[in-house]
Design a protein around this ligand. Structure first.
Ligand SMILES: [Zn+2]
Length: 75
């Protein structure tokens, strides 16, 4: 099973729809937890990396490889 590689700016489809009905999310934060913003309602959530990897159905778009510009310094 290949490990998923998240990058800032990735656009992913998750298996479980958000309460707003949206399934498309954008990756905005990397670390032990992955931050996603719902493309439909704009709500931000954090998922543990292992949880996020299980929930991703497919990648729709990949962010740039040099995606560290927006990572949190606290990580
Ligand atoms: Zn939503």
């Amino acid at each position: 099973m290949p490990q998923l590689e998240f990058r800032i700016g990735d656009v992913v489809q998750l298996r479980k729809p958000h309460p707003c009905g949206g399934t498309i999310w954008k990756v905005v934060r990397l670390g032990a937890d992955i931050g996603f913003v719902c493309a439909t309602c704009g709500r931000r959530v954090l998922l543990a990396r292992s949880t996020a990897e299980r929930r991703v159905k497919k990648f729709l778009e990949h962010g740039p490889v040099i995606g560290i510009a927006f990572s949190d310094a606290a990580d």
